[in-house]
Design a protein around this ligand. Sequence first.
Ligand SMILES: Cc1cc2nc3c(=O)[nH]c(=O)nc-3n(C[C@H](O)[C@H](O)[C@H](O)COP(=O)(O)O)c2cc1C
Length: 378
Amino acid sequence: MRILLGITGGIAAYKAAGLLRAMSELGHEVTALPTQNALRFIGEATLEALSGKNIDSDLYGDVASVRHVQLGQEADLIVIAPATAAFLGRYAAGIADDLLLNALLASTAEVVVVPAMHTEMWQNQATMENVETLRSRGIRVMEPASGRLTGDDTGPGRLPEVEDIIEFLFASSPLTGKTVTVTAGGTRERIDDVRFIGNRSSGKTGIALALAARDLGAKVRLIACNLAQTPKGMDVTHVESVADLSAALQEPSDVLVMAAAVSDFQVTNPRKGKLSRSTVPELKLSSTPDLLAAYTKQFPESFAVGFALVDQEEDVINASRSKLETKGAKIVIGNSISSLEGSDTVVQYVEADTEAEISGTKDEVAREIMSRVAAQLS
Ligand SMILES: Cc1cc2nc3c(=O)[nH]c(=O)nc-3n(C[C@H](O)[C@H](O)[C@H](O)COP(=O)(O)O)c2cc1C
């Protein structure tokens, strides 16, 4: 594999030498691309000797060969280790002001970012939001290790050990070889050609689950219900209504994660064109089919994960358990309507003989759910 190893200017940049060597020893062709600030922490000579290639991190170094495009397009995988807080901010904002960021923006390769910084910098809201933005775009961000930092203090922010980074990059993951279908977003039922009955689902949880499944090695199919933005690294099918979603669910998958908010009602008499203010329509509604129950009946071998969104007054666990028993799902994730928007959530994880509360950002909760699914499958 051709790997572009971006190295940014943090104290851990010297450890990139070990990573470069480990990747080369695995047979990968590695091109090291330090930022100008990284070269304050690690010598050009070290990287040249270990990669067997000249180091030139000047964007305008060899203009004739347009190196940023060449570097971006040649790479099968781009790894940034260590990634500084400054780099995360520039990358999340799309600021292409050096050779590395230009190469990244010119590339369609898979990108893995390995941040390393002081704990307070890592936990700073700006950094957290930048990481979340990158993850939502399909970039794999490895959690830093906890341990001794630059000074006497300790905490999360340390660059993980080289063997852990290698494992994160290449090891066969728990869902390798599995297909995971994730539905995300909210369906729309047409009233006329302009209006619809929809819901407030943002699709964040579904996307986070799809990314978590992808990061665990699964081949992911995302069925996106009315989502404008979808991540890289997975097959995406865009759908609008319950009927479209039902049609898209006619293929079996090892795992189905039914995170989309599916309308319980459909308009039986949708109008053509645009209704005018003077013709207030009398809408006839009928129930939509139960897609989760239909799927588990059609594909009983599939491991189905359902979601139960309940009213604040209702008991989430009871509602989830009754859904588990009636829909053929192996796991039901229950949550209350108060978690509909926003990036943090609290859910009740319910399976035949286990119940657990999982809370955190939607990304964290999604990773925990998918790890539990992977554990069940193994
Ligand atoms: C001694 C020293 C150590 C630093 N270590 C880190 C670090 O570990 N992580 C980080 O995010 N920034 C660190 N910085 C700050 C970065 O060097 C600074 O944000 C720089 O602009 C990063 O540039 P780059 O991302 O273009 O390579 C450090 C700065 C100094 C002076």
